[in-house]
Design a protein around this ligand. Structure first.
Ligand SMILES: [Zn+2]
Length: 201
């Protein structure tokens, strides 16, 4: 049949499930199915490799906004706006990351094991695509978050430790803060967490 396609979950030949190694014969009749959100395929029949743990991602250069969203939700998301395609594939293999991309050619490279083609332009809809496809709500505990800039895990920090750095209004209205050790950046409810909850809704 050819090279695995990241959005093809099932191929039936005359009603029998086959894989991409099948050689097409005259008279064959095929039905091709995408990932179906409300139907669980028997694992043995699915052509999409199931990711075995909490998903980790690597995103192509066009998906910067989506990368920031995934980090807000605490998902380990590698992204740079100057990635070369080869680098993305190599890092995905090395770190066992799922590649998200709008470039089908990239996703159909031989070494790629876990991938999703991103269909939509709007980053919020893209986020929904990814949530649905990889069941991310089961992995989002509602607490964890990563720095949108650098992907480091945010740590809780006491207000008194950073109070001198806060703007007067922030000082007055907010009590809970998180901190990125890498970027030396402070996050608080309102700047980061509330918007995350809104997105989730
Ligand atoms: Zn950071």
């Amino acid at each position: 049949m050819g090279i695995p396609h990241p959005e093809v979950a099932l191929i039936l030949r005359n009603s029998q499930a086959i894989d991409f190694s099948y050689l097409v014969q005259p008279g064959d009749f095929f039905s091709v199915y995408p990932h179906l959100y409300n139907l669980k395929l028997p694992t043995a029949k699915s052509l999409l490799s199931k990711y075995p743990a909490k998903p980790k991602f690597i995103l192509d250069v066009h998906l910067g906004k989506l990368a920031r969203y995934l980090r807000r939700f605490g998902f380990d998301t590698a992204y740079r706006n100057d990635y070369q395609d080869q680098e993305i594939v190599e890092q995905a293999v090395r770190d066992k990351r799922i590649i998200l991309s709008r470039d089908l050619g990239l996703l159909m490279r031989k070494k790629v094991k876990w991938a999703k083609f991103i269909w939509h332009d709007d980053p919020q809809v893209q986020l929904k695509e990814v949530f649905l496809r990889f069941n991310l709500d089961q992995y989002y505990p509602g607490q964890e978050s990563r720095c949108v800039n650098c992907n480091s895990k945010l740590i809780e920090i006491k207000k008194e430790e950073i109070i001198e750095r806060l703007e007067p209004k922030t000082k007055k209205y907010f009590e809970k803060f998180k901190y990125c050790q890498q970027c030396d950046k402070i996050y608080w409810k309102g700047s980061h967490f509330e918007e995350t909850e809104e997105l989730l809704d």
